[in-house]
Design a protein around this ligand. Structure first.
Ligand code: GDD
Ligand code: MN
Length: 373
């Protein structure tokens, strides 16, 4: 029997690409970009008016805790505006907000109620019409800022005229599923930081996404026909020549859902895929320092997962036929699953593949809420 068939050779090549490209990108980013200085001139005394927008849809369980978290931020109240935009919640979110406002009459809060739900991005654009701040910060209800300085720190990074947008590095909170989430984050956070230093990162987080308002206005607000309001907006700003960065000092905690974790990951992967597709279709010129970055990330999200799938099929076929090499490779692929990093990687690839398929029939722009506690 032949040791290797043509199909096996193709399979091995695809696997080498699948694992090789992200590893090479990671090491390149880590060794070349990460150690770089920021090359920014920050003014710690910069204190512009800030509008914080909190979109809510059925957040009765967490909204008061979220408002407590914002309440703790040290920032002059005459320079702060908080807009809560609710899209027809049915679980008593509004009552919880009103209760909180009554107890905190000094917080400059505006509550807007939409009569129907048309999705987060739609709500953000609605709220943007009322925003009077020079800086607009979007923050999800299930996200918590680590300490009282987060807002001030975020604003500081926007004092440089070349910075258009700032987001956080994510830290998952609760145990259990957070195990997978943690592994996934340490790899991705290094990439986010390295890309930010290189120029801009094409992946932003709605847990804390800050923008210069004039840029939001110039680009026509948040995209309402794709899901990733955060990443896509940041990338468009980066394409206009401004930096969209996630500095090391700015982190945010996000509650990982215990139930519905898989669909949650798939939906978010769907939104990222929508974002990269849309970005590739943009005709305007991409600044050269952002080009390699956005193309590599687009490749990693759109193409690379499929290499793994396509390689696995001939390997399974050869294994069934009794080919020793294919059997060994496949067994190794399965055995390695005991390692968390590898398992996390494979799981992520599966989410991306399922997400691509699911995108063909549903965009999930107004998504089902995953309960968190
Ligand atoms: N007003 C309004 N209307 N708010 C909404 C709606 C809506 O239709 N849908 C969701 N929200 C609010 C939620 O209440 C929450 O505060 C925030 O938007 C994010 O919703 P999550 O349900 O927590 O979404 P996620 O964390 O899984 O989504 C992630 O990916 C999205 C894009 O793919 C986050 O990173 C989001 O920030 C991001 O928009
Ligand atoms: Mn969330």
């Amino acid at each position: 029997m032949k040791l290797m068939t043509t199909l096996d050779i193709i399979a091995i090549t695809l696997l080498a690409i699948h694992f090789g490209v992200p590893l090479a990108y990671y090491y390149y980013a880590k060794t070349r970009w990460l150690p770089r200085p920021w090359n920014l001139k920050l003014d710690p005394n910069y204190q512009p008016k800030v509008t914080i927008i909190i979109p809510t849809y059925n957040e009765a369980n967490l909204i008061q805790e979220k408002l407590d978290n914002i309440h703790m931020q040290e920032y002059p109240r005459d320079k702060l505006e908080i807009i809560i935009i609710d899209s027809a919640s049915t679980d008593g979110t509004i009552q919880k907000i009103q209760e909180w406002i009554q107890k905190h009459p000094d917080e400059p809060i505006k509550l807007i109620q939409e009569p129907e739900r048309r999705g987060k991005a739609h709500a953000l654009n609605h709220a943007l019409q009322y925003a009077t701040g020079e800086i607009v910060i979007i923050t999800d209800v299930d996200a918590f800022w680590p300490d009282k300085n987060t807002l001030r720190e975020t604003v500081k990074w926007l004092s440089d005229p070349t910075v258009g947008a700032v987001s956080c590095l994510k830290q998952p909170t609760n145990p259990g599923k957070a195990g997978i989430e943690q592994g996934y984050r340490s790899y991705y956070n290094i990439l986010r930081l390295a890309e930010s230093k290189a120029w801009s990162t094409p992946i932003f987080h709605g847990e804390l996404a800050a923008y210069k308002k004039h840029l939001l206005q110039e680009i026509g607000g948040f995209p309402t026909d794709i899901g990733a309001d955060d990443s896509h907006t940041a990338s468009i700003i980066a394409m206009r020549g401004y930096r969209a960065i996630t500095p090391e000092e700015i982190t945010c905690k996000e509650i990982t859902p215990q139930k519905g974790y898989h669909i949650w990951r798939i939906r978010r992967a769907q939104h990222l895929i929508q974002h990269f597709w849309r970005t590739l279709l943009i005709k305007s010129k991409i600044p050269s320092h952002f080009k390699s970055l956005i193309y590599t990330e687009a490749y990693l999200h759109l193409v690379n997962p499929w290499m793994l799938l396509v390689a696995t099929i001939p390997l399974i076929a050869s294994t069934v036929k009794g080919n020793l090499l294919a059997t060994t490779l496949l067994s190794l692929g399965v055995l390695l699953l005991i390692y968390k990093t590898y398992r996390t990687w494979i799981t992520t690839q599966i989410y991306l593949i399922v997400a691509t398929i699911r995108n063909t029939w549903i965009k999930d722009l107004a998504w089902e809420k995953q309960e968190k506690s």
